[in-house]
Design a protein. Structure first.
Length: 452
């Protein structure tokens, strides 16, 4: 008999019928079947070693099915009880279902087939429940932010403290941080450690959705709402029902869409595009942006009323360059994971590699670091990774110009050009990075144009 055999107890006072049930069940080699002729011996066995399934004859010499069922449910609540009854006892069997029995079978000619079908269903459901439990455990462990957000720098400890505060209430959360700092990872950590963890986490990157499709993506649409709408589409708000809707790059939305999101948050309801019915919504909003939303409000790019509707707990994610030796902790974590995924022996960074990584600004933050160290694993021909194995996607701005004799003005112009190229000509962001005014950048660009 397999150690993982499916345990079944049979209690039946009629010897012939008891043997029939046992014989029927033992036809399946995966079943471990034990038989009992009275309630007392059965209950003692259940207390000592609870079965997964139990077939219960309603009429026993020392007790009745109702009293015995109550005791079984108390002693072993996870045991599935199948009541075996005479045709005349159907009403009684139904009452036993209300008390906790899983199902009932009448003593008819097809009892063998019905019994096997019910137990087959129990096994499938039990397997599914176990898988769900395992997945829930995995998800909880995966998003235990103290374990999965790697680092112990002081800036990161402040983030941990704020995440903890965000998990114990449903307060709105805004996550600020440069591209690649892990905003979605933090949003998932908040969701999966909150009381909404068993509900959906739905993420949508607002900067990746074409303007004309954004409303449909968020609120859904009805069939025929517009050309190409061949069927009803359920939007992100509905998909996140009971859970969390993560709106990444919130600052990229146009004013029209901002107004519609504001109404949805205020009224807690939406209307699908092309529809008439209002649909109640219940989801927590976590917004993220690399922009300063308050500055966007002052400049007229973001609605003030939506800002204050979203305003709650603000989590500022530090850029990687401000996290000190977290760079090395993350690098080693990514190296180990990459080696395991690709069946490679684990590699270590040597001192020259550590120094090179610590001396780089990582404009792409954690995302860039991951790519850099994974490439370094491939480039390394030994068990250690040296500085020569590490290549950055963008050159260090000082090192790039250090071999040339330039005037201060030329250095400044090249630095500005470098940052504009790195950050996709986002003048406002470059001004923040260099701690200069936007007007200064515009002036320098004008001078460069005039100089040819």
């Amino acid at each position: 008999m397999s150690e993982n055999a499916f345990s079944i107890y049979v209690v039946e006072d009629d010897e012939w019928y008891r043997k029939l049930l046992v014989y029927t069940l033992e036809l399946n080699p995966d079943f471990a079947v034990k038989a009992f002729e009275d309630g007392e011996s059965l209950l003692a066995a259940v207390k000592a070693d609870p079965p997964q399934v139990l077939t219960l004859d309603y009429r026993l010499p020392d007790t009745n099915g109702e009293e015995l069922l109550k005791k079984i449910v108390t002693v072993s609540p996870h045991t599935k009880v199948i009541v075996i009854s005479e045709q005349s006892e159907i009403e009684t069997a139904v009452n036993l279902l209300k008390l906790g029995a899983y199902d009932y079978i009448a003593k008819t000619k097809d009892i063998k087939e019905r019994l096997h079908n019910i137990i087959k269903h129990i096994r499938e459901k039990s397997s599914l429940e176990e898988r769900i439990e395992v997945l829930q455990t995995e998800v909880t462990e995966k998003y235990d932010f103290q374990k999965t957000i790697i680092g112990n720098s002081e800036p990161l400890k402040k983030v941990f403290n704020l995440i903890q505060k965000a998990t114990i209430t449903n307060i709105s959360v805004i996550i600020n941080g440069e591209t690649g700092t892990g905003k979605e990872v933090v949003a998932k950590a908040v969701h999966y450690n909150s009381d909404r963890s068993d509900k959906p986490f739905v993420a949508v990157n607002m900067s990746a959705i074409p303007k004309e499709l954004a409303e449909s993506e968020l609120f859904g649409h009805e069939k025929g709402a517009f050309t190409g709408a061949a069927s009803r589409h359920i939007g992100k708000f509905e998909q996140a029902e009971g859970g969390t809707l993560f709106l990444d790059e919130m600052g990229e939305m146009d004013k029209t869409l901002q107004a519609k999101i504001l109404r949805a948050l205020q009224e807690k309801e939406i209307v699908r595009v092309g529809g008439k019915d209002t649909i109640k919504i219940n989801c927590r909003i976590i917004a993220a942006t690399h922009r300063d939303l308050l500055s966007e409000v002052k400049e007229g790019n973001f609605r003030e009323d939506l800002y204050f509707r979203l305003f709650g707990l603000t989590i500022n994610l530090p850029p990687l360059r401000e996290r000190g030796k977290d760079i090395l902790l993350l690098a080693n974590h990514f190296i180990k994971a990459f080696c395991e995924e690709n069946n490679l022996p684990n590699k270590k960074l040597d001192k020259t590699a550590n120094k090179k990584l610590m001396g780089y600004a990582f404009p792409g933050n954690i995302r860039e670091l991951k790519s850099v160290v994974e490439l370094s694993v491939v480039m390394s021909d030994s068990e250690t990774i040296a500085a020569d194995d590490i290549a950055f996607g963008t050159k260090d701005v000082v090192a790039e110009f250090s071999g040339e004799e330039l005037t201060l003005k030329e250095y400044n112009q090249r630095i500005v050009k470098h940052y504009l190229k790195t950050y996709d000509d986002d003048i406002k962001l470059v001004a923040q990075k260099l701690d200069i005014g936007q007007s200064t950048i515009y002036r320098m660009l004008k001078e460069m144009d005039s100089e040819g």
